[in-house]
Design a protein around this ligand. Structure first.
Ligand code: GLC
Length: 647
């Protein structure tokens, strides 16, 4: 059951697509509410309660014991206790005696204190008088999540090629650099579907331009790569460079599509291209205009994009030099608030006529950029597009996916990648993943192999790293055949992974879940967060520690243990309970639930060669409901068939 409460005059966030009448305030039973400068909601947690949700936040799957700030922020120094990331996903689930979910639907800053002091208090401080609160009651956390996914609308549906392996690096500058990446993968026999183009493809980092010297013929180049089954995926940043003569800039100024400051002139912020203006994505006409700009790329045959710097990230402004320290006296002690004065200094005109400072509606900015581009690409292309964004808010999942930003090449960030996946799924973001191998820092062979073995199971599987780090493409490492083996598993599993993604998206369900969601009542499973369920048949238990050759795996029921190596799949039946499993770097071990099947396809070098229906079946089940389609048709219904194991 879902109950909606409205306070003040909420800003339209577009997160919830279903209409509900608001209930009387006296009906709010799960929280007590205090109204002051902030709206303050509190409740007491039971001793054993677990708190799930909060999407892109650090720490772990159980959010208990931490403090989390929904205030989208570009902090490249990822730590496992940092309070804010790039997204605001204000949905949590309390798994206690009477489980319930709560969605705090406001684009303003929200601080969640989930029993950080150990006193059992869960508090939520919303820095606004205007919000909607949805309370969801249900029997189980999973049931509550399904109800929530049912009201926020269907996930974005990427094309099949977006489920292939992608290679990226900030630092590929020219057509030659990119051709080399393609050739090296081919030479090493490592499957690949797309290569990302970071800011250097542009003319001086200006959106909707291409550096002609580096890419003399983008249309020809993209066609040539497509001929080999490869796609190009350019980055697009939020800010438009201030440069008279650039048509996008001039039109934005002339039509007043950019955000203004307190003086009524266009707000100026320094990002990659130097001083920029920020499009006011809160206005429908601006979103339409910005989305239409992607024609520049689609005309060259490009169908995949990553939107960046859209929290928005700001290096400096007219008024604030680059290295301003946090203003501790004003209370700006939390990292994300370093730029508080900047966000208070530019304004959005909402479609309902109100004007709000960015600070007040901050968490929607990136999501509205995603919406603008997603809707634009929907108009421009007759097929599905790939889009993933750095910043997000619930609702943006209907237009694109997300990646979890500038992580680092550390084992802790690999573990965070695992913890993020179910939490993101609870908030609607099915198409997501991390920078495989880590963005900052130098990745080594062992970490990359282990990370790839996790990314095999995440919908977005992209190796990306920063310009100042060591080269991180698989072919840069010793014994490249081990990398070929691990990446190849992704392609063998694609008939299953694609089918499970599409079924989850079309049925508004989760793809990646904590064990507890599938084994309610199993006390042990309830506390295991480094193993995950992927789709209806698979459980993964990845190795997440340096220097070890295996790990202890908990099996809530008897399962098929599948070992993937260069020799193929080997399956053995194993009993329930704990088990020590050896997993050398060149092998990947995963599990198939009792009575379930996994269809595996033929080995291919990219998805253009893949026949989703040409499969063999692994596991002990008798039937599998497979979803398959052409991989690009837009409005796919549920194209299913039932695969039966031959007697
Ligand atoms: C940001 C992005 C990162 C990108 C870099 C350069 O840090 O998060 O992925 O490589 O900008 O564009």
């Amino acid at each position: 059951m879902i109950t909606k409460f409205s306070y003040g005059t909420p800003v339209e966030t577009f997160a919830v697509v279903k209409d509900f009448p608001s209930a009387g305030h006296e009906q709010l039973r799960h929280f007590s509410r205090k109204k002051g400068t902030v709206q303050y909601f509190t409740c007491m947690l039971g001793e054993e309660d677990i708190v799930y949700g909060l999407g892109e936040t650090m720490r772990g799957v159980n959010k208990r014991g931490g403090r989390y700030i929904s205030f989208n922020y570009d902090d490249p120094h990822h730590k496992d206790d940092m309070p804010s990331m790039y997204g605001a996903h204000n949905f949590l689930i309390v798994d206690g005696e009477e489980p319930f979910g709560a969605f705090f639907d406001t684009p303003s800053k929200v601080v969640f204190d989930i029993d950080s002091k150990g006193s059992g208090v869960l508090s939520v401080a919303c820095e606004t008088q205007d919000l909607r609160l949805y309370i969801i009651e249900g029997e189980t956390p999973y049931g509550i999540v399904k109800q929530f996914l049912g009201i926020i609308g269907r996930s974005f549906l990427p094309p099949l090629w977006a489920f292939g392996y992608g290679q990226s690096r900030w630092g590929y500058k020219t057509e030659r650099d990119i051709s080399r990446v393609a050739a090296k993968h081919e030479e090493a026999g490592i499957p690949l579907d797309y290569i990302c183009m970071d800011i250097d493809y542009m003319d001086r980092y200006i959106d909707f331009t291409v550096n002609k010297r580096r890419f003399p013929n983008m249309t020809g180049f993209s066609a040539k790569l497509k001929g080999k089954g490869l796609h190009l995926v350019p980055i697009v940043d939020a800010g438009i460079k201030i440069e008279p003569g650039n048509p996008v800039y001039s039109e934005g100024v002339e039509k007043e599509y950019f955000c203004k400051n307190h003086e009524g002139t266009f707000f100026k912020a320094e990002v990659w291209p130097g001083m920029t203006h920020f499009p006011d994505f809160f206005q429908e006409k601006v979103r339409r205009w910005f989305g239409d700009q992607y024609k520049f790329y689609t005309d060259s045959g490009l169908e995949g994009f990553w939107n960046d710097m859209n929290e928005p990230a700001i290096f400096s402004t007219e008024y604030r030099a680059k290295d301003t320290k946090p203003d501790v006296e004003r209370g700006d002690v939390d990292q994300p608030e370093r730029h508080i004065a900047d966000f208070k200094d530019f304004f959005h005109r909402l479609d309902d006529g109100r004007e709000k400072s960015n600070y007040e509606v901050h968490n929607l900015y990136g999501a509205l950029m995603t919406r603008a581009s997603g809707e634009g690409l929907g108009r421009l292309l007759d097929r599905r597009y790939l889009l993933f964004s750095r910043s997000s808010y619930i609702g943006a999942h209907r237009y694109g996916g997300i990646w979890t930003g500038d992580n680092a090449s550390t084992w802790e960030m690999l573990r965070q990648n695992v913890y993020h996946m179910p939490s993101l799924n609870m908030c609607g973001f099915l198409y997501s993943g991390a920078d495989t191998g880590g963005f900052g820092g130098n990745c080594d062979r062992e970490l990359l192999l282990r990370w790839l073995a996790v990314s095999v199971f995440t919908p977005l599987m992209r190796n990306h790293t920063a310009i100042f780090t060591r080269n991180q493409e698989c072919y840069r490492f010793r014994k490249v055949e081990d990398f070929r083996t691990v990446v190849s598993l992704r392609y063998r599993l694609l008939p299953y992974l694609y089918s499970e993604f599409m079924k989850a998206a079309l049925r508004q369900d989760m793809l990646i879940r904590p064990l507890a969601f599938d084994y309610p009542g199993d006390e042990k499973a309830r506390h295991i967060h480094d193993q995950l369920m992927v789709g209806e048949s698979v459980m993964i238990a990845p190795v997440l520690e340096k220097g070890v050759k295996g790990r202890v795996v908990y099996l809530p029921e008897p399962m098929t243990e599948v070992r993937w190596s260069s020799e193929g799949f080997t399956c053995i039946e194993v009993g329930a309970g704990e088990r020590t499993v050896m997993a050398p770097l060149h092998q990947v071990v995963f599990y198939i639930r009792k009575g379930k099947l996994v269809p595996v396809g033929k080995q291919v070098s990219n998805t253009s060669e893949l026949d989703l229906m040409d499969v063999e079946l692994l596991g002990t089940g008798t039937e599998y409901e497979q979803y398959a389609d052409d991989g690009y048709t837009k409005d796919c219904g549920l194209n299913r068939c039932v695969l039966r194991r031959k007697a």
